[in-house]
Design a protein around this ligand. Structure first.
Ligand SMILES: [Zn+2]
Length: 296
């Protein structure tokens, strides 16, 4: 049985194409717990607040409860839940999970494999990150969970198992946008020809079927890339930048960097390259952007 395939197979979107981040975030949380305290059971009532925070920060912009993954992950054969009196999971109700002191843990076979192979835990975490989240978010998610992958990865295997991103995509996107942030026009460059503050962003996430096409890419500076992947910034099908009402900036510098973008037009790529496609912009607006947008 290959655990990496099993972890990669945990559904990351629903039938309607909606981003389903619940189970991946619970898996990462459980891996972080396992790294610290091996297979001690995780009490729902103790994990609930942390899981809710993770879902709010890294999940899609929809109201939800950590009780769903806590219960439903049992159907994937990786996770079991039992109550204080030894019963099975009482279902996806937060109050029932609390009342019956439900606790979850990895299945005994998975826990045994994790103990036997110390390289397995970081490999599984990478698989979940790579198949569910844009790379700009990986370090933030690990920090929020307290998952230390670099230390665990010194025996680094598993590199070959990671799905390869197209190494040409960033180069082509930066070139199409003439090495300029499509939101703020930042275009700093080093004298060796590199552009250290610029990155290629996927509009529809690569992990969720987003193609490596120019009309699914944006050249963004590092700060606007991060804010775009976190749903603070968005783009409409009419190529207008949106700013989430959930974001606040206190200093003039931060206000200028973010608020002033609201209602501005996205810089177009050079002639001959397509702008962001409306269907990719719509996916990002639905699955990532934290609506509502500020009025420009
Ligand atoms: Zn920028």
């Amino acid at each position: 049985m290959d655990w990496t395939d099993r972890f990669a197979g945990v559904r990351r979107w629903s039938r309607g194409g909606e981003r389903a981040a619940h189970k991946p975030l619970l898996l990462l949380y459980a891996l972080g717990q396992f790294q610290r305290q091996a297979d001690e059971p995780i009490l729902f009532s103790q994990a609930e607040e942390n899981l809710a925070r993770l879902l709010a920060e890294f999940g899609p912009p929809r109201r939800t409860t950590p009780a769903y993954p806590f219960h439903y992950l049992t159907s994937d054969g990786l996770w079991t839940v039992s109550t204080a009196d030894g019963g099975a999971s009482p279902g996806p109700s937060p109050s029932a999970l609390r009342r019956q002191e439900a606790a979850g843990r990895f299945t005994p076979e998975l826990a045994r494999s994790l103990r036997a192979d110390p390289g397995l835990l970081p490999r599984l975490a990478r698989v979940v990150l790579d198949t569910n989240f844009e790379p700009s978010l990986h370090a933030d998610i690990c920090a929020a969970i307290g998952l230390d992958l670099e230390a665990a990865e010194t025996q680094a295997a598993g590199e070959a198992e990671r799905r390869r991103r197209d190494p040409e995509f960033p180069r082509l996107v930066l070139m199409a946008y003439e090495y300029k942030c499509a939101f703020c026009e930042f275009d700093g460059a080093l004298d060796n020809g590199s552009a250290p503050g610029l990155e290629a962003a996927h509009v529809r996430w690569w992990t969720h079927g987003g193609p490596n096409d120019i009309d699914n890419g944006l050249c963004l500076c590092s700060i606007h890339h991060k804010l775009f992947d976190k749903g603070v910034l968005g783009v409409t099908g009419e190529q207008v930048i949106t700013v989430s009402q959930h974001f606040t900036a206190r200093s003039h510098a931060a206000q200028h960097l973010v608020y002033d973008l609201s209602g501005k037009r996205v810089i177009r790529p050079m002639r001959g390259y397509p702008a962001v496609a409306a269907n990719h912009a719509a996916w990002h607006a639905r699955e990532v952007f934290r609506a509502p947008a500020r009025t420009a």
